[in-house]
Design a protein around this ligand. Structure first.
Ligand code: KG4
Ligand code: ZN
Length: 340
C-alpha cells in the first residue's frame, strides 16, 4: 500500500449524482455534484424514477470530471467507495452498479458505504483535529438521529425522530406556504424577513424517549394556523410563519441535543446533514456549545447536503480497517446505521 490512500467515491442515493476523490480520508481532491434540483422543482419534490434516469445519464461524466479535477486516473486509485443505502432504491442501484463495474474492470477493491455515516464523517474533512469520541446530530431529509460516535465506524444511536425527519418538516411546511421545493433553503431565506417570535408554534417532547424527536405536531400546527387564517379570510405573513417554524425546530433540536450532551459528558459535538447547512440553526448550536464549554463542529454547506466526498471519507476508514464489499453488493434502501 502506498502512503497515500486514494479513494474514488460515488453517491447517488437521492437527487444528486456525485463523485469525489479523497486522500487519506481527510483531503478532498475533487467534489463534483450534478444536482437535479431544477428538474424535481417542476414536480414539487423528488420523483424517484426521474432521479434514477438522470443518474444513469450523468454518472459517467461526473466520475470522469472528478478524476480529471483530482488530476488522477482510475488506475491510480486504491479503492472505489459507493453509497449502498439508505436512499431511493432505483437511485442507489445506479451508483452501486457503476461502482461494481469500475471495480471489476479496473481490478480495484470495492467498499460499500452507509449514507448517514457519510454525513457524520463529512465533519472530518475540514476539522483535521476531530476524532472520535464525539456526539453528532444528523439532520437530513430522511433522518434525524442523535448519535454517539464511539470510534471510526462505531455508532450508538441515542435518539431519533418518531415521525417526520427535520428536513422533511422543512420541505412540507415550505410546500404549505407556497415556497416550493427544496424547502429548507427557501424557508431559511424567507425567515430572514420574518419575526421568529411572531407565532408560538409547539416544541414537542416525546414522553418515553428523552432524546427522541417529533416534528409532525409542529407541521400540523403550521397547517392549522394557515387554514385558520384562510377560514377567517385573514391574511398571513409567510415570512413570520417561516421564521417562527424555523425557530421552533431549532429550539427543539438544540434543547434535546444539549441535554444529551450534558448527560453524557461529551466534550465534542457535531451537526451533519442537509439541515445542518441552516445558518440560524448552526448559530444556535454554536452558542449553546460555547455556553457549556463543548467544542462545536459542523461541515461547510457543500459538505452538509449530499456529496461524494463524505462517502470517500468513510470509504477510507473502512478500507484501512480491511472492510471489502463483494461484487454481489446490492442497494439496501432502509439500511440501518451500524449494520452491514
Ligand atoms: O442530507 P440531505 O442533502 O439529503 C438527505 O440525505 O436527505 O438533506 C436534504 C434536506 C432537505 O429536506 C432540505 O430541505 C434540507 O435538507 N435542507 C435545509 C437547508 N438546506 C437543505 N433545511 C434547512 N435549512 C437549509 N438551509
Ligand atoms: Zn443525505
Amino acid at each position: 500500500m502506498s502512503e497515500e490512500v486514494k479513494i474514488l467515491a460515488i453517491e447517488s442515493s437521492c437527487d444528486e449524482t456525485a463523485a469525489s476523490v479523497v486522500v487519506n480520508g481527510r483531503k478532498v481532491l475533487s467534489n463534483v455534484i450534478s444536482s437535479q434540483i431544477a428538474l424535481h422543482t417542476l414536480y414539487g419534490g423528488v420523483v424517484p424514477e426521474i432521479a434514477s434516469r438522470k443518474h444513469i445519464e450523468r454518472i459517467n461524466q461526473v466520475i470522469e470530471e472528478a478524476l480529471l479535477q483530482a488530476n488522477t486516473t482510475l488506475e491510480e486509485v486504491d479503492a472505489i467507495a459507493v453509497t449502498y443505502g439508505p436512499g431511493l432504491v432505483g437511485a442507489l442501484l445506479v451508483g452501486v452498479a457503476e461502482a461494481k463495474a469500475l471495480a471489476y474492470g479496473a481490478g480495484k477493491p470495492l467498499v460499500g458505504v452507509h449514507h448517514i455515516e457519510g454525513h457524520i464523517c463529512a465533519n472530518y474533512i475540514e476539522n483535521l483535529d476531530l476524532e472520535p469520541p464525539f456526539m453528532c446530530l444528523v439532520i437530513s431529509g430522511g433522518h434525524t438521529h442523535l448519535v454517539n460516535v464511539t470510534g471510526y465506524g462505531a455508532y450508538e444511536i441515542l435518539g431519533r425522530t418518531r415521525d417526520d425527519a427535520a428536513g422533511e418538516a422543512f420541505d412540507k411546511v415550505a410546500r404549505a406556504i407556497g415556497l416550493g421545493y427544496p424547502g429548507g433553503p427557501k424557508i431559511e431565506a424567507k425567515a430572514k424577513e420574518g419575526d421568529p417570535q411572531a407565532i408560538a408554534f409547539p416544541r414537542a417532547k416525546v414522553a418515553d424517549g428523552p432524546y427522541d424527536f417529533s416534528f409532525s405536531g409542529l407541521k400540523s400546527a403550521v397547517l392549522n394556523y394557515i387554514n385558520g387564517c384562510r377560514m377567517k379570510d385573514e391574511p398571513y405573513n409567510e415570512a413570520d410563519i417561516a421564521a417562527s417554524f424555523q425557530q421552533a425546530v431549532s429550539d427543539v433540536l438544540v434543547e434535546h441535543a444539549m441535554r444529551a450532551a450534558e448527560e453524557h459528558g461529551v466534550k465534542k459535538f457535531a451537526i451533519a446533514g442537509g439541515v445542518a447547512s441552516n445558518q440560524t440553526l448552526r448559530k444556535a448550536f454554536e452558542e449553546a456549545c460555547k455556553e457549556k464549554g463543548i467544542a462545536f463542529y459542523h461541515p461547510s454547506p457543500i459538505f452538509c447536503t449530499d456529496n461524494a466526498a463524505m462517502i470517500g471519507v468513510v470509504g477510507y476508514y473502512e478500507y484501512i480497517a480491511g472492510v471489502r464489499s463483494g461484487l454481489d453488493l446490492n442497494a439496501i434502501p432502509n439500511l440501518k446505521l451500524g449494520e452491514r
